[in-house]
Design a binder for this molecule. Structure first.
Ligand code: UD1
Length: 339
C-alpha cells in the first residue's frame, strides 16, 4: 500500500517532467548555465558536462547556492566520447541539451577543421552514444548563422533559404541534419533551436556572457576602458544605415529549451528562437551608452565587416504555434540586466 502510493507519486512527478535527469553539454557556458537555471527551477535534475575551456565553474557554484542542489559537473571535452558514454550511463540520462560548441564566427574562418570536428563530428558521435544508451530526447543549439547573408529584408523562416557563409554556420547546419535523423526515429523527440543574437544575463553577474565576440559585450568593454565603440558600416540599406539584428534575451532562450523539453507535441525539426523584432547597431549602442551614463562618448563609424548581412531577424510564428513560446524581454530590459 505504502509502496504503491510512493510509486504513484513518482509516476506523477515524472509525468510533470520532474525526476528527469538532463545532460547539459556546455552547461557551464553562458547559455548552458541559464538553461541549467531554468531546468532546475522547473524541478528537473541536471548534469553538466563542460570542458571549462570557455565555461566557468563559478556559474555552477552560483546555481548550486541559488537552488540549494548539487549539480554534478563532469569536466571533460566534448570530443571525449568514452567519458560522454560513461556519464550518460552513470546518471541514467533522460534527455540531452547539446550546447557545447565553438561559436566565434571569425575564428571558424581560420580553423574550419576544428569547428567541424567540435560542432559537427562531436554532435554526430553524441547522437550515436545517445542512441546506444536509449536516450530519446535531444535538443540541439543551432544558430541564425545557418541563414548566412540573406539579400532580402524578409524575416528568416525555418523552411526558407539556408546558405551558411562561415564554417561555424555550416557546421551547425550540417549537424541539424543528423539531429533530424535522430528525432525522426520511433519514440525519439527533440528539435534544433536556431538562436538569433543572444544577449542579457538576468541581473546575475555570475551568469554574464564572458566572451568578447559580440556587439554588446564589446561595446560595454570599450566604454569601461574609456574607448569609443565602433560601428561596422553605416551604408546598409536600412533606416539608419546600420545592420539590423534580432536580439533575444538569454532567459528567453532558456525558457524555449524548457518549452521544448516539456512539449507534449511532436516538434518541428528546426525552430527559430528570436523576438521577431529588428534593432539596428546604432540603436543598440545608444541604449548601452545610456545605460552606462556615457551618452557623450563619441562613436566611431568604420567600413563594413565582411560577411555581415544588413538584416537578420527571425520569423517567430513556428515557435509560437508549435512550441507555444514567445519571448518576454524587451531589448531595454535585456540591456538593463547586464549592468
Ligand atoms: C554572428 C552570427 C551568429 C552567431 C553570433 C555569435 C552570422 C550571420 N551571425 O552574429 O549566428 O550566433 O555571431 O557569435 O554569422 N558590430 C559593430 N561593432 C562591433 C561589433 C559588432 O558594429 O564592435 C555589428 C556587426 O557588424 C553586426 C552586429 O553588430 O551587424 C552584431 O554583431 P555580432 O554581435 O558580432 O553578431 P552577428 O555577427 O550578428
Amino acid at each position: 500500500m505504502h509502496m504503491n502510493s510512493h510509486k504513484v507519486g513518482i509516476d506523477r512527478l515524472k509525468s510533470m517532467g520532474q525526476g528527469q535527469t538532463w545532460l547539459l553539454t556546455g552547461g557551464a557556458g553562458y547559455i548552458g548555465s541559464h538553461i541549467a537555471d531554468e531546468f532546475i527551477g522547473a524541478g528537473k535534475s541536471v548534469v553538466v558536462y563542460d570542458s571549462l575551456y570557455q565555461g566557468l565553474q563559478s556559474r555552477i557554484k552560483f546555481l548550486e547556492d541559488k537552488h540549494q542542489v548539487e549539480i554534478p559537473l563532469v569536466q571533460a571535452d566534448i570530443l571525449d566520447y568514452k567519458k560522454l558514454d560513461e556519464t550518460i550511463k552513470k546518471y541514467n540520462i533522460y534527455g540531452i541539451v547539446h550546447t557545447a560548441a565553438l561559436k566565434a564566427v571569425g575564428e571558424s574562418m581560420e580553423k574550419p577543421d576544428l569547428y567541424f570536428e567540435v560542432n559537427l563530428t562531436a554532435t554526430i558521435e553524441l547522437l550515436k552514444i545517445a542512441e546506444q544508451n536509449n536516450v530519446k530526447n535531444f535538443i540541439f543549439s543551432s544558430s541564425a548563422a545557418v541563414y548566412g547573408s540573406p539579400d532580402s529584408m524578409d524575416l528568416c523562416k525555418e523552411d526558407g533559404p539556408v546558405a551558411p557563409i562561415s564554417p561555424y554556420g555550416d557546421s551547425k547546419y550540417q549537424a541539424e541534419a543528423y539531429v533530424e535523423k535522430f528525432i525522426s526515429k520511433p519514440r525519439n523527440r527533440g528539435t534544433s533551436l536556431r538562436f538569433f543574437n543572444v544577449i542579457g544575463c538576468g541581473a546575475t553577474p555570475e551568469l554574464l556572457d564572458n566572451s568578447v565576440e559580440n556587439l554588446i559585450p564589446i561595446v560595454i568593454n570599450k566604454i569601461k576602458a574609456g574607448q569609443s565603440p565602433v560601428i561596422f558600416g553605416t551604408d546598409y540599406p536600412t533606416e539608419d544605415g546600420t545592420c539590423i539584428r534580432d536580439y533575444v534575451d538569454v532567459r528567453d532562450i532558456a525558457r524555449a529549451h524548457l518549452a521544448a523539453a516539456d512539449s507534449p507535441n511532436v516538434l518541428p525539426t528546426k525552430i527559430n528562437i528570436g523576438t521577431g523584432r529588428g534593432v539596428s547597431v546604432h540603436q543598440v549602442i545608444e541604449l548601452v551608452l545610456a545605460g552606462l551614463n556615457s551618452t557623450n562618448t563619441p562613436v566611431i563609424e568604420t567600413d563594413r565587416r565582411a560577411g555581415d548581412p544588413a538584416f537578420l531577424c527571425a520569423d517567430v510564428s513556428l515557435s509560437k504555434t508549435a512550441l507555444k513560446f514567445e519571448s518576454r524581454y524587451s531589448l531595454e530590459e535585456s540591456i538593463a540586466s547586464i549592468f
